[in-house]
Write a protein that binds this ligand. Structure first.
Ligand SMILES: NC(=O)c1ccc[n+]([C@@H]2O[C@H](COP(=O)([O-])OP(=O)(O)OC[C@H]3O[C@@H](n4cnc5c(N)ncnc54)[C@H](OP(=O)(O)O)[C@@H]3O)[C@@H](O)[C@H]2O)c1
Length: 233
């Protein structure tokens, strides 16, 4: 059988302390998985184990995976909260931070996890709709997310028979957009939602389902799962 239940499977979510990653952790727990989240601010709580580690720190990643042991499913959602600078506003520090956390952080996290990934393991990265939607101010996020998608497809072959996929969210209402209830966040979500074919922005629950599919369906590899309410059209 190629499909796997998550019951008693070891699921690790890097970036599981907030937003999309936190919802992926909750959804996996509900399906009976043993879940560990990793983030800089990780605090243990409830049935989800938490380990504090910065993805830009290779030694911390190696230590975290040694403490976890066997991994059936690795999910990467960590990303720095950065702006949308045009070329004239681009700062080297901001670009480096974004790439260090999301692209290099994911690569070195997967490298550190490799000794613990089971032969049937899945790895799911996170890109974003701007990987294939271009416009002024999209330079940082378009190049970064396109690189994440290329990484996932490359690793789907290099790490086979382990499966590697990427979830590409559109606009999802998370802390990335500001504090819950903040006026600017509510206004931005309403404005962006109106412009989408589905008439609203996404929730973390909408997008968490795609990570569940990537983990559970043994015939999905090298795929980009677009969860964006029609935003790419
Ligand atoms: N929300 C959207 O509209 C949207 C759209 C497209 C793509 N995405 C992508 O989806 C992913 C998740 O976004 P989100 O909305 O859930 O954002 P979020 O709420 O800001 O979550 C980001 C997560 O990354 C972790 N993180 C950041 N820097 C880290 C570091 N140096 N080391 C370890 N962990 C780190 C944070 O944990 P700590 O603070 O505990 O370290 C947090 O758990 C990101 O890659 C983002 O680019 C989101």
């Amino acid at each position: 059988m190629s499909d796997t239940s998550l019951k008693n499977q070891q699921v690790v979510v890097i970036g599981g302390t907030s937003g999309i990653g936190r919802e992926v952790a909750n959804a996996a727990l509900q399906r009976g998985a043993i879940v560990t989240v990793i983030g800089r601010s990780a605090k243990a709580g409830g049935d989800i184990r938490a380990i504090a580690a910065d993805v830009t720190d290779n030694a911390a990643l190696v230590q975290a995976f040694a403490a976890i042991g066997r991994i059936d499913h690795l999910v990467l959602t960590a990303g720095a909260r950065v702006g949308s600078p045009k070329l004239t506003e681009l700062q080297r520090e901001e670009l480096e931070l974004a790439f260090n956390v999301k692209l290099f952080g994911s690569l070195f996290a997967i490298q550190a996890a490799l000794p613990y990934l089971t032969p049937n393991a899945s790895v799911t990265l996170t890109s974003g709709l701007l990987s294939r939607k271009f416009g002024p101010g999209g330079l940082l996020k378009s190049t970064l997310n396109a690189a994440v998608e290329a990484t996932a497809k490359t690793l789907a072959k290099e790490l086979a028979p382990r499966r590697v996929n990427v979830v590409s969210p559109g606009v999802i209402d998370t802390e990335l957009w500001g504090e819950a209830g903040a006026e600017s966040r509510v206004a931005a979500m309403a404005r962006i939602g109106k412009g989408l074919p589905v008439g609203r922005v996404g929730t973390p629950q909408d997008v968490a389902q795609a990570y569940m599919l990537a983990m559970e369906n043994g015939f999905v590899s090298g795929a980009v799962l677009d969860i964006e309410g029609g935003g790419l059209l």
